[in-house]
Every structure is written in structure tokens, then in C-alpha cells.
Design a protein around this ligand. Sequence first.
Ligand SMILES: NC(=O)c1ccc[n+]([C@@H]2O[C@H](COP(=O)([O-])OP(=O)(O)OC[C@H]3O[C@@H](n4cnc5c(N)ncnc54)[C@H](O)[C@@H]3O)[C@@H](O)[C@H]2O)c1
Length: 466
Amino acid sequence: MTVPMNRREMLRSIGLTAGALASYRLVRAQEGQPHPLGRPSTYAWVKPGRPVTAAIMGAGGRGRTYAGYAQAFPEELKIVGVAEPIPNRNEFLAKGHGIPAARRWDTWERAFEVPKFCDAIIITTPDHLHYGPAMAALEMGYHLLLEKAIAQSWTQCNDILALARGKRAIVGICHVLRYTPYFRMMKHVVDSGRLGRLLSIQHLEPVEHIHMSHSFVRGNWRNSRESNPMLLSKSCHDLDILRWVAGRACTKVQSFGSLRLFREDMAPPGAPARCADGCPVESKCPFSALEIYLRRKTWLGHKDTPGDDDASIREWLGRTNYGRCVYRCDNDVVDNQVVNLEFGDISASFAMEGLTSYAGRRTRIMGARGDLVGDENQLDVYDFHAKERFLWTVLEHGQVDSGHGGGDYGLVRDWVQAVGRSDEGLLTTTLEASMESHLIGFTAERSRLEGGTLKVVDGRALRTGK
Ligand SMILES: NC(=O)c1ccc[n+]([C@@H]2O[C@H](COP(=O)([O-])OP(=O)(O)OC[C@H]3O[C@@H](n4cnc5c(N)ncnc54)[C@H](O)[C@@H]3O)[C@@H](O)[C@H]2O)c1
């Protein structure tokens, strides 16, 4: 029998009223009030006596995003230094934040040649340049906002953790999904007990095929040695969400996956090295660089074409990876991967699918008394004991004031509070918690490459023998 939706009762039963949810709509934090994203265990937001000061290492997409928070909320955060080798990016950030020449550098190393000059360092360099600046910054006593993936190996991650703890530094890892209204609500539903004892989780990350080709075949994350394996560079967010929602440590990991499509042997007959070099299938190829970048002018975001006109874009396509045939790149990261996990007696599975027609993470959670289905837009919760269903939608309830479903600014807001009040407990997630998802990622990658199921015991991955 279907019982009509009783949303109010459902919300009350999990400890939230419509009024409480309305707080998601607030953009600006209010003195003494809970965090605007209304996370379950809220703290009272306190206006900093002075803005937290920070320097940015790497003024690309992420660096600009976090710097944008300082422009939106100058009373909270001030950007006072930048290291960035690409002149126009360096210039853009320096101008926007009034950074003097003495605090502008072409590479991160130089920023640590001068005495400590601000509270914190924001590290938004590419993955292979996280470890160096993180260690240098911690050594000098800075707090950190560090982009994921933390580093390129488990050993490097442990070095960062040890130094951070030794120096009592506050380190925020940019697992932005934890700061979104949508994933907070998911976590809250699970923790409220409304689904009963948690039994299993299925989680899918559909990357979307053009995004896949742009970032993971032609772009910065195409090669695991230069960046990280896909599970770390893209899906450490998802592993982190799985660990968070499960609420307990991962105990077993097994993974399969491969690079199946974007390989030389899959190239159409006669396809040249670059799409513009007379490719016979260019007009039909869904990954045509001419179509994506030149005709549609999409995915050009931060790639620094010399101009927006066709001639400039053609010239740029002729000399960068973005003009290359997707079957003839130096990419090695997978386009499909599955991971099976156990979190004690909770089973979970994760799939990264590169070649989807859509994006937006999908999650299904099964409990002993109900289930949850989510697609990053809505959560559909059904309690089959009470025979009640409720729908929670981002559109209706979520405060989304920035990228990643509101997570970008949600993260910076918490981090500024944590640094300003010298209290790492104000962060939704800690470095230790982020390390757990990285350990799952490194372990799963080992399983994919070497085979077998690996047990995770006390921060170490051990083969089970089966
Ligand atoms: N949290 C998230 O959701 C999320 C999303 C995208 C990217 N990321 C991560 O953020 C980081 C940056 O990604 P992005 O998309 O901004 O890339 P990006 O390429 O747009 O920016 C990186 C910048 O670092 C600069 N750089 C390179 N070498 C440098 C050096 N020696 N010193 C200083 N700067 C240097 C580059 O010129 C570039 O401008 C990566 O680690 C990436 O994996 C995280």
C-alpha cells in the first residue's frame, strides 16, 4: 500500500524542520548563528576580529575559486601573496587582490625563501606539486588549505600528517562534497537512524564523456605519474563520502578497471595525431577538438588561449594537448573502474564511469528499515516500516552559492573559522579522515594493478591471500 508523502513528519523524525532547512538559503554567515549550510552538528559562526591572511600557490581554476571567497567576504579572508608561473594568471590574481610585487613569485619554492608573512598557505598547484609546498609551508609554521589529492603516495601523505601534527598546524583538505547541503543531508538522514542499521551503499560517479576526454585524456589528469591514478585525482571525493556515510573504517578493498577506449589501437583508421590534420572521421567524432573547442567554444575555461577568435583557438589547438586525437595521447588513467569495499559489516561498491552521457553522482543506500536514492539534485527516502516517503531537493532546500553544489565556499568558510579561532574541530573533516579515503584509493589501485583483495588494518593494506 502506498502511503501519501508525509514530509513534515519525516523531517521532524530526523531532527530537522522546514524552518531549519530554510537556513540553507542564507548566503552570509551570521554572528552566533549556525553555519549557513546547516550541518547537523552546527557551531556558532563568529566574525573574525581580522581576516585570515593567506598566500595562494597555483592561480589556476581552484586558486581563483578560493581567492573568490576573499573577494566575496573580505572581512574573513585576505589573499596577500601568489606563486604562479603563467604570467596572466599571476597578474589576474595579484591585481584582483592588490598583492604587491614583493609577494608575487613565479614558482612556489620562492614563496618560502622569505620569512613567514601570513597565517596560511592555500595549495592549488597540480597534484604532483602538493607535497613540496605542503612540507615547506608546514615547516615554516603556516596553516594549510590543501587541494586533494593530498599527495602522490601514502608515504608522502604520512609525512604531511606527521609534520602537521608536530607543528600543530590546521590543515583543511579540499574534500568539498562534505560541505554541500546535499551530502550533508545524506549523512544526516543516515545518522538520524531513519534508515535503520546501515547495510549497504552503492555509489556511482559518471564523469561524462566530454569531461573525461578534456581532463583525463588530453588534460592535466591524463597521466598517473604526472598526476595521480583516477581514484585519487577524481574519485577521492567519492571514497571520502563513502567512508563518511558508512561512519566506520574501511576493512577490505578490491578493485578492477582499465583504460579501454582512449588507446592507440582504438583509433579510427587513418586518424592523424591531431584532429585538425585532416582526420577522415573528424566531423563524426564526439571527441573532435575542433567541435568541442573551436565550433562550440566549450571547455575553454582556464586554458589560456591567446584570444577567443577562431585563429587564436586554432593556433592553441595546434601546439597543446587539447588539439590531440583522443586515441593518440600520452594518457594512462582508467576510463572505467569499480571498487568493492567493506566497512566492517557494511558492504559498499563504487563505480567510476568515464563514458557517460550525463554527470552527477548517484547513490543508493540500504538500511534495515528504509532506503535512500540520490542523484545530487534530490534525495528520495523511503521508510518501509512506517510506509513513508519524503523528497529533499537541492532546489527547494539547498543553499548553493558556489561551485561543487555549494561545497567550494562552504569549505573555505569552515576553514577560515578553524584557522581564525585556532580550532581544527570546526572543520567538517580532518586531515586524518581525508587520509583514510586516500588509503582506500591507494589500496584499491594496488588491487586493480596486482589483483586480489586487500585488508586494511591500522592504516596499512595487507593482502588477504584470497
Ligand atoms: N576539490 C576539488 O573539487 C577539485 C577540483 C578540481 C581540481 N582539484 C585539484 O586542485 C589542484 C589544482 O587544479 P586546477 O583545476 O586549479 O588546475 P589548474 O591547472 O587550473 O591550476 C594549477 C595552477 O598551478 C600552477 N603551477 C604549476 N606549477 C607551479 C609552480 N611550480 N608553482 C606555483 N604554481 C604552479 C599552474 O600554472 C596552474 O595555473 C589539483 O591538485 C586538482 O586535482 C580539486
